[in-house]
Ligand binder design. Structure first.
Ligand code: BGC
Length: 386
């Protein structure tokens, strides 16, 4: 019988065993349903004296460490099929590296996930020039996006859930975006160990919003090597091809017969060297998949990622219409990760639930406009198994 994570954890808890007794690297999680109150500690201090805290929370066998800086998931630990824990999210062990050189490791992304062409868009007849930080384009909210802001963090326990509410007020004109945007992102760990992200925002002027999370996954454990053996399934028949600056051309191209076809699970590395012109532009996969389910009232399945050697499996459900799959192409061996190992190309991958890149300039894409009186609300659910 293949043990799944719940049976391993339940039997370890019942026997009063630590996971180390199962050959693991840390003690067993509390039994399902006994989430621990989030605990706060100092993580570092920014140059201007602002203190950055790290919150640790745990529930249903999932352990999360979150920084007030960028809402960054600094560590996310889940067990393998033998109950052995590993941190499956790339990051750093110190604040200075996050400030100096992070490629958005684990961060909250806003106001706009992915790129806006030329950092410019027109809304209600007015043209807005955004902060340009990626060639000619604006990426992930501009030079100082939500990933570089210190969020107000409020812990909670609610029934069997534990979590954090992160608040940020982005003032009118910040990074060129119109309207004061009030944002709350809620991280919840359920008693089943699911990690849920709820994004909520309101504005006082018409604006555009596209929030996401930039966790770099390696289900074998961060620093353990490449993700090419990970099996990925994406529930999408189409994707959005890009120009050389990774701005969508506007076309929704079929994945059938191309390396972009992940409708049936396949190893990430199988077609990564196929030499499709779109892969050459992106140095791998770095595209938005158009989820077949479209925008849904509730989160529905978008993708599944599985590491066959550890058995660790991540399933992502969202109500968003798109998923950016980025195969860690620009990791180049210059960053030293949390456990002291260097990250090379393809040592982690991102699966970012979102609206499509450059939607403000693409009338045929689902709209990212938010107006006063409306509430932006999206949810992404990460479920783990082994
Ligand atoms: C983008 C990549 C970018 C990366 C930043 C991803 O969401 O699609 O092009 O390099 O974020 O590290």
């Amino acid at each position: 019988m293949e043990l799944n994570r719940r049976t391993v954890l339940a039997s370890a808890a019942a026997a009063g065993l630590a996971a180390t007794a199962l050959g693991g690297t840390a003690e067993a999680a509390p039994a399902s349903g006994k989430g621990r109150k989030p605990v706060k500690e100092l993580f570092g201090t920014l140059a201007d004296g602002t203190k950055v805290h790290r919150w640790s929370l745990e529930n249903g066998g999932t352990r999360l460490k979150v920084l007030s800086y960028g809402g960054i998931v600094q560590s996310l630990e889940i067990p393998d099929r033998h109950g052995r824990y590993a941190n499956v999210s790339a990051g750093f062990d110190n604040l200075d590296d996050y400030v100096a050189s992070s490629p958005y490791f684990g961060a909250l992304i806003g106001r706009y996930g992915n790129r806006i062409g030329k950092g410019r868009f027109t809304l209600d007849g007015r043209t807005y020039q955004l902060s340009v930080n990626d060639g000619d384009n604006s990426l992930h909210g501009g030079a100082k996006g939500f990933d570089k802001r210190v969020w107000d963090v409020e812990p909670f326990t609610h029934g069997s859930d534990v979590g954090l509410r992160l608040h940020h007020v982005s003032v009118d004109g910040e990074m060129g975006y119109p309207g004061t945007l009030r944002v709350t992102v809620t991280y919840t760990l359920t008693r089943h160990g699911d990690w849920i992200i709820d994004y909520e925002a309101t504005t006082d002027k018409a604006t555009v919003v596209n929030l996401t999370s930039h966790v770099y996954w390696n289900l074998g454990g961060e620093g353990s090597g490449g993700i090419e053996d990970h099996e990925l399934r994406i529930a999408a028949s189409r994707y959005t091809p890009t120009d050389s600056g990774l701005i969508p051309t506007g076309e929704l191209a079929k994945v059938a017969g191309t390396p972009f076809d992940f409708r049936r699970a396949k190893p990430v590395g199988r077609d990564i060297r196929a030499g499709h012109p779109q892969q050459i532009l992106a140095q791998g996969f770095d595209h938005n998949w158009v989820l077949d389910k479209g925008i849904t009232a509730r989160p529905e399945h978008a993708a599944t990622l599985r590491d066959p050697s550890s058995g660790r499996t991540l399933s992502i459900a969202t109500n968003e219409p798109g998923l950016q799959f980025y195969s860690g192409n620009f990791l180049d061996g210059t960053l030293t990760g949390t456990s002291g190992r260097v990250y090379r190309q393809g040592d982690a991958l991102c699966l970012e639930t979102q609206h499509f890149p450059d939607s403000p300039n693409q009338p045929s894409f689902p709209s990212t406009v938010l107006r006063p009186g409306q509430v932006y609300r999206t949810r992404t659910v990460h479920s783990f198994d082994a």
